[in-house]
Design a protein around this ligand. Structure first.
Ligand code: SAM
Length: 323
């Protein structure tokens, strides 16, 4: 149940947007990555990153107030828990903050028009944007995957298919937890190629393979013990989402299970907050699907014993079994 806001709560909500923009802009301008390398004064930060010193001074102080930085005069440092997240390796969170920045820029520009006219321009991602999106999904997903996978029953699982599996972070989380599992990550050609490259020469090279194609029309393989559709159904309309579940269920071996991981939404679609906001983000090309929607598509696909596991307040796993 959501607690209704009072005026103070409303004011704080309105300022959330400024807080969001301050954090994502600081990330975009390199402040978080710079401080992850070493603590620094405002002068050093602004010199290193070629930022306006007075503006940089106000921004870093606001970041202290927001809890992103710590201040020990005259030195600013990243909050200890955040420091390892901005390590510039393949799991760096900075690309996700930049993605978040672009996403709300898009909201700022288009939400009102969409609300008035139902129109929100959409264009295909260019190659560079596909790459950035993959890095952003990995940056935010690599840690979530580890937590969520703890709630998935991996008993008897030897092979796994990860639909729309991006750069392989979910497959990796499963492989780390269950050493006998081999995973196939299915994603668009360009992302699959980037995933292959990322894992080349790593301990997972022989266990995580990448298949490129369109999950709605290309062959998904067969005989898998586990299939995962994580954060993918919400980007499809009902007809395609149902078709994707049908095709994925077909790729399972008898006794296999399909896990859909996605944002939770109540049956009246009025909560939780993240699920409802995400439904806006998906506007007219996707949605945050209810348990009843996903369950009925699984039933249509011949899956049974459908169960729901909540993972924290915002996410769930809906699992169906193939007999
Ligand atoms: C929101 S991301 C989710 C990535 C990953 N599962 C995660 O949770 O981090 C959706 C993924 O679906 C992939 N995708 C979108 N349309 C696809 C299609 N028609 N065929 C294959 N993959 C697709 C995208 O490239 C992207 O990697």
């Amino acid at each position: 149940m959501t607690t209704p806001l009072d005026l103070k709560g409303l004011q704080s909500l309105l300022w959330n947007f400024a807080g969001h923009r301050t954090v994502t802009t600081a990330a975009k301008c390199g402040i978080l990555s710079r401080l992850a390398r070493s603590p620094a004064t405002v002068n050093t930060i602004s010199e290193d990153l070629e930022l306006a010193p007075e503006a940089c001074d106000k921004v870093v102080r606001a970041l202290v107030a927001l809890g992103v930085l710590e201040y020990d005069e005259p030195i600013f440092r990243l909050a200890p828990d955040l420091e390892p997240l901005f390590n510039q390796g393949p799991d760096d969170l900075a690309p996700f903050l930049e993605h978040s920045h672009r996403m709300y820029e898009n909201w700022g520009e288009n939400l009102e028009t969409w609300l008035r006219t139902g129109t929100w321009p959409r264009r295909e991602r260019q190659s560079k944007e596909v790459q950035n999106f993959g890095k952003a999904m990995r940056g935010v997903g690599v840690r979530t995957a580890k937590t969520v996978v703890d709630h998935i029953d991996l008993e008897g699982v030897r092979s796994m298919l990860d639909i729309g599996g991006s750069l392989g972070h979910w497959a990796q989380a499963v492989c780390e937890k269950a050493p006998g599992v081999s995973a196939t990550v299915f994603d668009i050609e360009e992302t699959a190629a980037a995933g292959r490259e990322l894992y080349r020469g790593t301990e997972f090279e022989g266990r995580i393979s990448f298949s490129g194609g369109d999950y709605l029309s290309d062959d998904l393989g067969k005989g898998y013990d586990l299939a995962l559709i994580a954060n993918v159904l919400h980007q499809e309309l009902a007809e395609q989402a149902s078709e994707l579940i049908r095709r994925t269920a077909k790729a399972l071996a008898p006794g296999g299970r399909l896990c859909v991981v996605d944002f939770r939404i109540d049956s009246d679609r009025c909560g939780p907050e993240l699920g409802t906001l995400f439904a806006i983000h998906m506007r007219d090309f996707g949605d945050t699907w209810t348990e009843a929607d996903i369950g009925s598509w699984m039933t249509d696909a011949g899956l049974s014993s459908i169960e729901r596991t909540d993972v924290g307040p915002t996410r769930w796993i809906i699992t169906g079994h193939k007999r």
